[in-house]
Design a protein around this ligand. Structure first.
Ligand SMILES: [Zn+2]
Length: 63
């Protein structure tokens, strides 16, 4: 299996507490489109990844 086989819920930031990964083309949890995980939210090459994690960690854990 390669990384490109894994999709991530395109709406996870609003629908879930953390990325929802799936091998399907739709999120098994909320039914949103599952997109290729190449531009992963936690991609270490993503210059904004740490910022987003900091922002989420700093905020209240609410839904
Ligand atoms: Zn989802």
């Amino acid at each position: 299996m390669t990384k490109s086989d894994i999709h991530v819920c395109s709406a996870w930031e609003s629908e879930h507490e953390r990325p929802v990964y799936t091998l399907s083309s739709t999120c098994p949890d909320c039914g949103a489109e599952a997109i290729n995980s190449a531009p992963a939210p936690f991609d270490p090459a993503d210059p904004y990844g740490e910022y987003r994690r900091r922002a989420r960690d700093a905020g209240p854990d609410t839904n």
